[in-house]
Design a protein around this ligand. Structure first.
Ligand SMILES: [Zn+2]
Length: 351
């Protein structure tokens, strides 16, 4: 247990807490099905599942609105009433085989189950949910208050999730109107990843990012337009109109910083175990030529397209990993007309 499943809705994030709870539910439902009359001792490495189980009272309904993974816990709540005192849940240390001591029998059991889950995951990786024994949530009858967004059942704090999804839908609509900042094809933007990555930033950081994303920086061009500056020339180099594009992609005064970005990113990729090809590809995608980045990728699309076509076509199993990585990078360069989305840090699915 513990592998993530991708949901089409951005505000739904599936994590190990859900997977562990489903594991417990499946086990109990199976034992109930075979009419097990004895006692059950269940071992799990998820303390939060144990805590929630303890909190569930058989006698009255919990406050379901705030309960995460409500659909699973509603059913576990019924299970608790069924098993009464016959079920004991114990905590077991996960991944104890990485420690410098011998694993206990319980821990060995945990590792075996982890291995089974891993195998099952790989076996079913390309199977649509609902087939071959994967639980299809829609086959459950509806119990209690359930909230759906675009056909997907909400499992977390509903109020929070509705608000988050409404915000992201609005951002998607607006992003389509600004291809220079967000890219030609906004369907390629990994909104879910962006939701996650903006989590641990300060308000000032987020404000700066927003201004970048929505082309909202007060450049001289804008200040000149509203009459606050006598001219629109760049404060730094004094050679061109000070637009956001100019500052990020062209201004010679930031040449050093610009050239450092692909080097730094490639270094991070290297440290994370990325191959030489991947590092070379980073340079290609973040392409800096003579200290500047081309505003649109038209100029380099020509030779990129040729390489892309030769390296890639879908479903070709004979390609090596290196060729595929290279082709993915070329795909980004070919498909993404504007350079800014990459330099803004807008992630794409291709990453
Ligand atoms: Zn300049």
């Amino acid at each position: 247990m513990g592998k993530e499943v991708v949901s089409p809705i951005e505000c739904v994030r599936i994590h190990s807490y859900r997977a562990e709870a489903i594991g417990l539910l499946s086990g109990l439902m199976f034992l109930q099905h075979v009419e097990w009359k004895g006692h059950v001792e269940w071992h799990t490495d998820s303390q939060s599942v144990i805590d929630t189980w303890k909190r569930l009272h058989c006698k009255y309904e919990p406050n379901w609105l705030k309960q995460k993974e409500r659909d699973v816990w509603m059913r576990l709540w019924k299970q608790k009433a069924h098993w009464k005192g016959r079920l004991k849940i114990c905590w077991v240390k996960a991944h104890a085989d990485t420690l410098k001591r011998k694993s206990t029998e319980d821990e060995k059991g945990n590792q075996t189950v982890d291995k089974l889950a891993e195998d099952a995951y790989h076996k079913l990786e390309h199977t649509p949910i609902g087939e071959n024994g994967v639980i299809n949530q829609n086959t459950f009858s509806t119990v209690g208050a359930e909230v759906y967004i675009q056909g997907v059942r909400m499992n977390g704090n509903v109020g929070q999730q509705i608000k988050e999804q409404a915000q992201i839908e609005r951002a998607k609509r607006e992003a389509k109107l600004k291809p220079q900042q967000w890219g030609q094809n906004t369907n390629e933007v990994d909104w879910k990843e962006m939701l996650r990555t903006c989590k641990n930033k300060t308000i000032a950081d987020r404000k700066g990012m927003m201004l970048d994303m929505w082309n909202g920086k007060w450049t001289n061009e804008k200040l000149h337009k509203i009459g606050w500056e006598s001219n629109a020339v760049c404060h730094m180099c004094g050679k061109a109109t000070e637009t956001f594009d100019h500052l990020i992609l062209e201004c010679p005064c930031f040449r050093g910083a610009r050239e450092k970005v692909p080097i730094d990113v490639a270094e991070m990729v290297k440290q994370a175990g990325g191959s030489n090809t991947l590092q070379a590809v980073i340079h290609q995608v973040l392409g800096v030529h003579r200290g500047a980045v081309p505003k649109t990728r038209d100029t380099i699309n020509h030779w990129c397209r040729q390489q892309y076509d030769s390296n890639w076509y879908e479903g070709d199993e004979n390609k090596t990993k290196n060729e595929m990585v290279r082709a993915l990078a070329e795909e980004i360069v070919v498909e993404m007309k504007y350079s800014l989305p990459l330099w803004n840090g807008v992630l794409t699915k291709a990453w």
